[in-house]
Write a protein that binds this ligand. Structure first.
Ligand code: KG4
Ligand code: ZN
Length: 341
């Protein structure tokens, strides 16, 4: 079974080809030029997806060694994301499905991050706790079985990746901030400064990252960073900020796992590429936990994760005819919405 998958929900144009649950090719074109605006500009993102989608599709097919006539299933991210950007991938995918006369599966981007942890892995066990940490989302989910998800917690304000991006901006480091802070933090002192993290009353598995961003801002003013900045100071701020974020993500996830007596944890989304975060979660392996973190190519947005999710969704569905319905369309949706998981 060959699946052709598309991801265009934000600033990555990505197309993948899978043979069953194995990724044969996963082409990702990142729109780095948004960095000069300090964040993604939705209209420009849509236009760029439109410009590159045909070429990326051809490259994904040629790298996989199959042709479009071999494709049995088409999947594309349908929500959540930037509406204009989603429309490009979704409509391209649906049209291709109609012309090739193959079923089309709409894929939820958050679900795609959940199942990205299992790409190129032999086997994984349910139930598991899934921590999804990206630029747009921070969610803690109990995954009881395929597509049986329960929300345990989410962020009440900024996403974890957003905090990395905003703090990097304050430090004048560029966008996206996560990978830059990750590198600089390696040379810094973790205990240089204690940046506080808020706790949400009666919601032990909810996150809040806007307070830490403000506390970094005040700290920079207090030490007159612009005047006193040095490489060492920047490394130390990155290290202590990153430590605070990781501790919040780690302890809430571990507490949820302990409370629910679950020994399988997956961490996915762009922030799961963070080297210190991986190290922290992998320490749990000594305590007999199974930790699933995707390989680096599948952490930030990619079509491989859309393909594996579409494939599982199709294989697990009882009525496969359902997927011939290509009337699926884009809907605007609030940021924290149980139905969006
Ligand atoms: O999953 P993703 O590509 O997009 C969304 O669905 O939002 O995640 C992008 C986010 C950005 O905020 C970026 O700064 C963060 O992931 N990120 C990292 C690292 N690599 C990417 N954060 C921390 N450490 C990293 N190594
Ligand atoms: Zn994402």
């Amino acid at each position: 079974m060959y699946t052709l998958a598309f991801e265009t929900s934000c600033d990555e144009t990505s197309v993948a080809v899978l043979k069953n649950d194995t990724v044969l090719s996963n082409i990702i074109l990142s729109q780095y030029f948004h960095s000069k605006f300090g964040g993604v500009v939705p209209e420009i993102a849509s236009r760029e997806h439109l410009k590159s989608i045909v070429e990326i599709t051809e490259k994904a097919l040629s790298d996989s060694g199959i042709t479009k006539n071999d494709i049995n299933l088409i999947a594309a991210t349908s929500k959540p994301g930037l509406i204009g950007a989603l429309l490009i991938g979704l409509n391209f995918a649906k049209s291709l499905a109609v012309s090739l006369k193959v079923p089309f599966v709409p894929v939820n981007h958050i679900q795609a991050h959940i199942y990205s942890s299992f790409i190129q892995k032999d086997k994984f066990d349910f139930p598991f706790i899934s921590l999804i940490v990206s630029g747009g989302h921070t969610l803690l989910i109990l995954v009881e079985d395929f597509f049986k998800h329960k929300l345990l917690g989410t962020t009440v304000d900024d996403a974890a990746g957003e905090a990395f991006d905003k703090v990097a901006k304050m430090l004048g480091l560029g966008y996206p901030g996560g990978p830059i802070i990750d590198e600089l933090a390696k040379k810094g002192n973790l205990d240089f400064h204690k940046f506080p993290l808020s706790h949400i009353k009666d919601k032990p598995f909810y996150f809040s990252f806007s307070g830490i961003k403000t506390s970094v801002l005040y700290f920079l003013k207090e030490i007159n960073y612009e005047v006193n900045k040095s490489e060492k100071l920047t490394f130390d701020i990155c290290a202590s900020f990153q430590k605070a974020i990781i501790e919040s993500l780690f302890f809430k996830t571990r507490n949820a796992a302990e409370q629910l007596e679950i020994k399988n944890i997956s961490v996915s989304g762009g922030v799961s590429a963070n080297s210190a975060l991986k190290e922290k979660f992998n320490e749990l392996i000594k305590k007999e936990y199974k930790i699933y973190i995707p390989e680096i190519n599948y952490t930030t947005d990619n079509a491989g994760m859309v393909g594996i999710t579409g494939y599982y969704k199709y294989m697990k569905s009882e009525d496969k005819m359902f997927f011939d319905d290509s009337s699926i369309n884009i809907k605007a949706m609030p940021r924290i919405n149980l139905n969006s998981i």
